[in-house]
Write a protein that binds this ligand. Structure first.
Ligand code: PAF
Length: 282
C-alpha cells in the first residue's frame, strides 16, 4: 500500500491509474476518519468489487465537529489503521494533515438544504453536515474516483452525500455499505471505544429498541408517534439521554404518514458522555 500525505503525491498515483492502457483502471475511494474497525474494512473489501484501484482516506475533519464535541479526543490510531488497510489489500492511503487539506481557512462551503441538514442529527449537531459535505467534496475532487463508499450507519450522511453528488453532477457512483454489528447487535463505531465496561453492556439496547420498532411496523402498526415515544421511554428508563427515535422515509428522511415499504427508523442517544447513533431499514 502506498501512503500519501500530500495531494500532489496522491494525484500522481491517481493519474497513473487513469493512464493505464484501455480500459483505464476503475478507482474507488473509502473516506474515513481512521480508528478503523470491521465496518470500515468491509467497505474496503466491497470497494474492490467496484474497482481495480482502492483508495482509503484518513482525515479527522475539524469542520464537521462543533465546539465542545470530540474532535480533540477522536481516536487517532494511524499505525494500526495502516496494518488493517494493508491486510485488506487497499492500494493507496491518502492521509493528509490539516495544513494539506486546509492550507488557508476554508471560505467556500457545501451548504446542504435545511430540510436535509437541520433534521435528526443536524438538529443536534448544527453545521455538522455542512462541514462533512465540504470535506467529502474536497476528497472526491482530490481522488477523482468512479465509486465512493460510505457506511449506512451514518444514514443521513449517506443521503446528504448522494444528493450533493447528484446536484453537482459529480461523475461518481455512491455506494452504501451495510452496518456491521458486534455479536450483541451494537453497531460498530469508533466512538464505542469511549464506553465504560458497564455502558458497553447496556449499549446494544439501542439496536434492540430499533428492532422492536421495525418489527411493530412490519406487523402493521401505523402509530409511528407512539412507537417512537415508547422506544424513547424505554431508553430513558435504562439511563439513556435520547435525542431522537424517528421513523422516516428512506429516500429523503422526511416524515411519512403511511408505511410505503421504504422506511428507516433512526436513533441518536447518549449513554454517559458517549453519543451513539444507529438505524434500521424497515
Ligand atoms: O463518516 C466519516 O467517517 C466522515 O464523516 C467522513 C465521511 C470521512 C467525512 O469526514
Amino acid at each position: 500500500m502506498q501512503v500519501h500525505a500530500t495531494i500532489a503525491s496522491l494525484r500522481a498515483a491517481r493519474a497513473a491509474a487513469g493512464n493505464t492502457i484501455e480500459p483505464a483502471q476503475r478507482v474507488a475511494v473509502v473516506p474515513t476518519m481512521g480508528n478503523l474497525h470491521a465496518g470500515h474494512i468491509s467497505l474496503m473489501r466491497q470497494a474492490r468489487d467496484h474497482a481495480d484501484v482502492v483508495i482509503a482516506t484518513i482525515f479527522v475533519n475539524r469542520l464537521q465537529f462543533r465546539p465542545g464535541e470530540d474532535f480533540e479526543k477522536y481516536p487517532r490510531t494511524f499505525a494500526a489503521d495502516c496494518a488493517q488497510l494493508e491486510a485488506a489489500g487497499v492500494d493507496h492511503l491518502f492521509a493528509p494533515d490539516e495544513a494539506e487539506m486546509y492550507p488557508q481557512p476554508q471560505t467556500y462551503y457545501v451548504e446542504p438544504p435545511a430540510e436535509q441538514a437541520n433534521i435528526l442529527d443536524g438538529e443536534f449537531r448544527p453545521g455538522h453536515f455542512r462541514g462533512m459535505a465540504t470535506v467529502v467534496l474536497k476528497l472526491l475532487q482530490i481522488t477523482q474516483p468512479h465509486a465512493a463508499l460510505f457506511g449506512k450507519k451514518d444514514y443521513q450522511q449517506l443521503m446528504v452525500i448522494r444528493n450533493m453528488v447528484a446536484d453537482f453532477n459529480l461523475p461518481v457512483k455512491v455506494i452504501g455499505g451495510e452496518t456491521v454489528r458486534a455479536d450483541d447487535g451494537l453497531a460498530l463505531s469508533s466512538r464505542n471505544g469511549y464506553l465504560s465496561a458497564a455502558e458497553r453492556l447496556e449499549a446494544p439496547r439501542l439496536f434492540q429498541v430499533l428492532t422492536q420498532v421495525a418489527v411493530a411496523v412490519r406487523a402493521g402498526n401505523l402509530d409511528y408517534k407512539q412507537l417512537e415515544q415508547e422506544a424513547m421511554t424505554e431508553l430513558k428508563a435504562h439511563g439513556w439521554l435520547t435525542e431522537y427515535v424517528a421513523l422516516r422515509k428512506k429516500l429523503d428522511l422526511q416524515c411519512t404518514p403511511v408505511h410505503d415499504s421504504g422506511l428507516v427508523v433512526l436513533a441518536a442517544a447518549r449513554l454517559g458522555s458517549t453519543r451513539l447513533i444507529d438505524n434500521l431499514e424497515v
